[in-house]
Design a protein around this ligand. Structure first.
Ligand SMILES: *Cc1c(COP(=O)(O)O)cnc(C)c1O
Length: 389
């Protein structure tokens, strides 16, 4: 009771893989020496394997938003028409980027908590045959809703539009068949399912996208992906990288490969389902029940309660850090992450904490009711023999 371990339960940054954190200590190597040139190509090749694509996969030194910006500045020209799916704060970031780079955006909005249906994307592509790109989130972290990436990718395949996916919380939490579904740009970030601190972002780039890059005229310098690719082919990065992060990523990728990307996805899916079912068992409402993502679960605060009270309860009683809602969702929802280095004991604790916090606020709670749901889902997945008996 008097010792509170800090537990990060937020959808980025996420808990760090201990061996990746330790690897950061060895960062006293120079990025233009053989030491780095031995390390970097291996990291790029492991990243490509984890992405599961034949496309190029590049690393840029920035938070995720830098890669979103690169995916605009490298593949479009001023005035190009793009279709932007906007279902939350990160969709709104695509809108801001399109505006900043003077693209002509056709925006498909969804209410917070909903996703944009593929049928609306099909209609928009039909009505706008001149569209050069479709920009969207695989998982909209601000609401906990997921888009149908497969359907949207396949719609883009038969058009000139590049399919540009902010998969920063999609990678490692949902299946993404980059080559099969025609996903031209798939963006990832280090502080999400990759289990390392913020500071690196990733992009896979298809042949269709490289062809567009050859004629795209928006200004770019730091995030010039062609330069990045040229240097990557020589085993180097374009600019001075955060070597400590590259070392951490090397370790994290070895770990992810050892369990398998599909298993990392399954892990997140199980934790997400258990969280949803536990929340419902405790009488709480889900914010995105229609198309919930497995990266993060957004739960509505009980009627009449500010979700900040729950966030504070987690921090003050237990040292656990969970996320409030963003923007107008602040005070209404709280968000629990499942992406990356999360396990069932994390969730047993989280749900037990939630029960205590609700009870402390005068909400009638039967202790253990939510935890039992999580235990049952664990047992069904990991101990089927026990469940059958
Ligand atoms: C975290 C996140 C980003 C990137 O945000 P940064 O703060 O720039 O790292 C972008 N999109 C989504 C969906 C995210 O969850």
């Amino acid at each position: 009771m008097h010792i509170k371990k800090q537990r990060l339960l937020t959808p980025g940054p996420t808990p760090l893989l201990p061996r990746a954190l330790h690897a950061m200590m060895a960062s006293d190597i120079h990025h233009r020496t053989q030491d780095f040139i031995k390390l970097y190509p291996q990291v790029l090749s492991d990243l490509k394997e984890v992405y599961g694509t034949r496309n190029d996969v590049l690393i840029v030194v920035s938070s995720g938003t830098g890669a979103l910006e690169a995916s605009v500045s490298n593949f479009f020209s001023e005035g190009d028409k793009v279709i932007v799916l906007s279902a939350g704060k990160f969709g709104e970031r695509w809108e801001e980027l399109a505006k900043a780079f003077r693209l002509n955006a056709v925006t498909l909005k969804a209410e917070y908590g909903d996703a944009v249906a593929p049928a609306r994307v099909a209609e928009a592509l039909k009505a706008n045959p001149d569209a050069k790109g479709v920009l969207f989130q695989a998982s909209e972290t601000s609401t906990g809703a997921a888009h149908d990436v497969k359907a949207i990718g396949e719609l883009c395949q038969s058009t000139q539009a590049l399919c540009i996916v902010d998969a920063i919380t999609g990678l490692g939490t949902m299946p993404l068949d980059i080559d099969g579904w025609g996903l031209d740009i798939v963006i990832g970030g280090s502080q999400k399912a990759f289990m390392i601190p913020p500071g690196l972002a990733f992009l896979s780039v298809s042949e269709k996208a490289w062809q567009r890059n050859a004629t795209a005229t928006l200004p770019r310098l730091y995030f010039d992906l062609k330069k990045e690719k040229k240097m990557a082919d020589k085993g180097e990065s374009a600019w001075t990288p955060n070597v400590s992060h590259i070392l951490a990523l090397a370790e994290a990728l070895v770990y992810i490969k050892s369990i398998g990307m599909d298993k990392l996805v399954e892990n997140a899916q199980l934790l997400a389902r258990a969280t949803r079912e536990a929340a419902v068992a405790l009488g709480l409402r889900l914010f995105a029940p229609g198309s919930p993502s497995s990266s993060v679960t957004a739960i509505c605060a009980p009627e009449g309660m500010d979700s900040g009270e729950i966030v504070k309860g987690f921090r003050n009683h237990f040292g656990s850090i969970i996320a409030n809602g963003q923007g107008t969702m602040k005070g209404k929802i709280f968000r629990i992450a499942h992406l990356g280095y999360f396990d069932f004991p994390d969730l047993f604790a989280m749900v037990a904490e939630l029960e205590i916090i609700l009870a402390s606020k005068g909400i009638p709670v039967e202790f253990g009711k939510g935890v039992a749901v999580v235990q049952k889902i664990y047992a069904e997945a990991a101990l089927p023999a026990l469940v059958k008996a």
